[in-house]
Ligand binder design. Sequence first.
Ligand SMILES: [Fe+2]
Ligand SMILES: [Fe+2]
Length: 244
Amino acid sequence: MELHFNEIRVGEVVRYDYRTADIFRSFNIEYCCAGSKLLGKVCEEYGIDPDDLRIELNAILELQGEGISDEMDFVNWDHNRLLNQIETVHHVYAHGAIPVIRAQLTKLVQIYGDQFPQLSEIEKDFIKASGSFKWHMRKEELVFFPLLRRWFDSPLKSGEEISMYTPILEIIKEHETEVNLFKGIRNLCESVMETSGEYVMLKDCMQNLIDFFQDMELHLHLENNILFPKVIQMERGLVESGRN
Ligand SMILES: [Fe+2]
Ligand SMILES: [Fe+2]
């Protein structure tokens, strides 16, 4: 993959090789919802020297010759495998992790709230953000994914022509809201991590939060950058073939 910074978008690079996600993360570049931004544009926005980013990305992309494991080759997964992975791995994980993290935060506020005033803010914001994320996942499980599965079974069949374009835009919008809600918590969490010293319970909870954010990144990447472009591309092809 040639990295033309004014032509290639962040999401395309991560879609091409998921191992590059670590590089974007290390530069604090958000790739799951801001994947449509050009590489050149994000460098400008984040004040990054494009050569620095290019060197790091190329080091990963050069490994392509050795191949990517099937577990990370998401772009070649079919829609059933993607939907199953999203629901049975990422949704299940998030539904399980949210109450555990909430309980840990409540306890930590009681014990260390005076010492770490950020904790009560993290707790308040996490309750809000995780509540809306749970609602978002339920909507996908009960409404959006069944609709998508039906669409894949009979895309744009005459008599029941459903376009997935608008529902997908709605879901992408919700992802952006979620990422913004969690962004502030992530920053607060990092500031607690820096000074948490030997407080085992505190470190454990902050690590759970970081794991949660990392899983959410992959989860949203699979939806925004892999699954949805697949649907849009397929829908476009079907519409065009119907016109001819
Ligand atoms: Fe999801
Ligand atoms: Fe989602």
